[in-house]
Ligand binder design. Structure first.
Ligand code: THU
Length: 179
C-alpha cells in the first residue's frame, strides 16, 4: 500500500449580468486529497484491462477498449473485466468500462475501489483519447466514492497510467437528489 496525493483544483465564480438575470460560471474547489493505493493491484488491473481489450467486438470502429474493476465491497477482491461490444445500430454499443461495471454490479458489488481502462491503439496519445467517455463517467460515478480511483493506461515510457478520482473525471456530474 502506498499513498497517492491528488492535487487541489480551484477556480473562482464569475458572473455576467443579462437582461433576465445573471449568468453564473460556478466556482469549483477540490481540496488536495490523499488516497491509499495497492500498487500490485494497480499493476494487475491495468494489465487485466489491456488483456480485456483483446476480447473487444469492434467491427465498426476497430477501436478496442478494455476495462477492469475491483470492488471495495467484494471481500474476494476479484477482477471484473469487460471490453467494448459494438452494435449495428451504433446506439446499442456498450463501452468497456460499463461492461466491467455491470458484471460487478450483477454480483451485487456497488462500490468501486479501483478501475483501469486501456485503449491499446491510443496509448501514446493525450489523456482525452484514452479516458472514459462521458456516459461511462456518469456510470462510474454511480458506484464511486471519495476513495475510488480511475487509472487510464498509458504507453508513455515509465508510466503505468494517469490517475483520477471521480470529481476530477466528472466535475458537476449529475446526482439524483433524494426525495
Ligand atoms: N469506447 C469504450 O469502450 N469506452 C470509452 O470510454 C470510449 C469509447 C468504445 C465505444 C466504441 O466501441 C469505440 O470505443 C469507439 O468509440
Amino acid at each position: 500500500m502506498t499513498t497517492i496525493t491528488l492535487p487541489a483544483i480551484e477556480s473562482g465564480e464569475a458572473c455576467l449580468a443579462t437582461g433576465s438575470g445573471k449568468l453564473r460560471v460556478p466556482g469549483y474547489l477540490l481540496e488536495e486529497k490523499s488516497v491509499q493505493v495497492d500498487e500490485q493491484m494497480a499493476e494487475q488491473l491495468v494489465s487485466a484491462a489491456r488483456s480485456a481489450a483483446d476480447g473487444a467486438y469492434a467491427p465498426f470502429s476497430r477501436f478496442r477498449v478494455g476495462a477492469a474493476v475491483i470492488m471495495k465491497d467484494d471481500p474476494g477482491k476479484r477482477i471484473f473485466a469487460g471490453s467494448n461490444v459494438e452494435n449495428s445500430s451504433f446506439g446499442g454499443t456498450i463501452c468497456a468500462e460499463r461492461a466491467a461495471i455491470v458484471g460487478a454490479s450483477a454480483q451485487e458489488f456497488r462500490k468501486i475501489s479501483l478501475l483501469a481502462v486501456s485503449t491499446p491503439a491510443t496509448l501514446e496519445m493525450p489523456l482525452s483519447q484514452r479516458s472514459p467517455c462521458g456516459l461511462c463517467r456518469q456510470v462510474i460515478r454511480e458506484f464511486a466514492d471519495e476513495d475510488t480511483l480511475i487509472i487510464c493506461d498509458s504507453g508513455e515510457e515509465g508510466f503505468l497510467g494517469d490517475v483520477l478520482d471521480i470529481e476530477r473525471l466528472l466535475p458537476f456530474g449529475f446526482r439524483f437528489a433524494k426525495q
